[in-house]
Design a binder for this molecule. Structure first.
Ligand code: DNO
Length: 353
């Protein structure tokens, strides 16, 4: 197990590499070239510079989050074919700088979605929350309008520059079914897997967040059945999962320890956080089990028992506390507390076994 923290890069993150290095037990970061649009090649020189910066701070960079997959690839169109060739070049370049795992997702149009970025908790901290009633019956344009009124554009996929493209994207997805999306994911994986095998880079797909369709767009990585389909469709061991407890765990229909026990050998990256599940909505919480609906001990124990090869782990979204201002979900304090707690759980299961 390698405990890491997500890092958005110099100038893009309020958290510095020096701060990350001081969190006990955190040995690496999972960064990305966030300025490059999905579909473009990640140039080798940019990756080398990023790796050198991370190494100079005494940290590892063996897992990338994310090399984003373009909507053209998800739609399976002609531009998508060109983007797949670019993706293959990015995989080779990542391998050349020592990357072993690439996290990505296959959610159409948007990445994770929340309806409130600063929901107050009773202890005075704030957290991210998703309430279906703020989404159902609304168009993405409505949501963009609300976001621009509040000045809050922190969610990936909801950046202001995308507003003019959103209508066309929704039109492109009109009629695209979950089966179409599955076929396009399989075609993408079939094309890149030989290169992953050659370079020793494992792909780790991130689940849908929330784990159900939104805005009428299909979502295909939300349940144990979806993972079963994924691993039977592309049996290569290069095809793996980012097991995000907060994403799968937002649905009470998912039994997380059971899923880890079933899919453990294909889990290469774990995002560990807790959520409070409620009918129609959920909010994020502090990491520890007593703060939310998930049994974090059972999750860590299952990872320890069933994903015994190296797995990259990171504490996921934190609350905002102690007056910190940062990218929602990605401040220093609560993620550092999360890492310390998770390291304690890992030590307990390792010594107890
Ligand atoms: C949320 C993250 C996701 C993840 C992407 C991977 O905080 O876990 O945005 O990075 O879905 O492509």
């Amino acid at each position: 197990m390698q405990m890491t923290l997500r890092w958005f890069g110099n100038g893009l993150d309020t958290v510095t590499l020096d701060q990350i290095r001081q969190i006990p037990g955190v040995v690496g970061v999972v960064p990305a070239l966030h300025d490059l649009p999905a579909g473009e090649v990640w140039p080798l020189e940019r990756l080398q510079a990023l790796r050198d910066t991370v190494h100079a701070a005494g940290l590892t960079m063996e897992c990338i989050e994310s090399v984003n997959v373009s909507d053209d690839i998800k739609l399976g169109n002609a531009t998508g074919q060109k983007h797949i060739q670019n993706y293959i070049e990015s995989i080779r370049n990542c391998a050349a700088v020592g990357v072993k795992v690439i996290c990505y997702n296959f959610m159409p149009v948007f990445d994770w979605t929340r309806t409130d970025m600063a929901m107050p908790l009773s202890d005075g901290s704030t957290c991210l929350c998703y309430d279906a009633k703020h989404v159902e019956g609304k168009s993405p344009e409505d949501i963009f309008r609300e976001l621009s009124e509040s000045g809050d554009f922190a969610m990936p996929g909801w950046e202001p520059f995308r507003i003019p493209t959103i209508k066309a994207l929704f039109a492109a997805y009109k009629g695209v079914t979950a089966d179409d999306l599955r076929a396009n994911l399989k075609a993408f994986l079939d094309a890149i897997t030989p290169v992953c095998e050659e370079c020793g880079v494992k792909m780790a797909i991130h689940p849908d967040d929330p784990p159900w369709p939104i805005f009428g767009l299909p979502r295909i990585l939300s349940t144990a059945d979806d993972l079963r389909w994924l691993f039977s469709a592309v049996p290569s061991e290069m095809n793996g999962s980012t097991f995000c407890t907060g994403s799968f765990g937002a649905g009470s229909f998912n039994d997380l320890p059971a899923m880890i026990r079933e899919f453990g050998p294909r889990i290469y990256f774990a995002h560990l956080r807790n959520v409070e599940q409620r009918p129609g909505w959920f909010n994020e919480t502090a990491h520890l089990s007593s703060a939310g609906s998930l049994d974090m001990y059972a999750i860590v124990k299952a990872l320890h028992d069933c994903a015994p090869h190296w797995v990259f782990v990171r504490p996921d979204h934190g609350r905002m506390l102690w007056g910190e201002t940062a990218r929602p979900g990605y401040g220093l304090y609560d993620r550092a507390l999360g890492a310390a707690y998770l390291n304690g759980l890992f030590e307990a299961v390792e010594k107890g076994s």
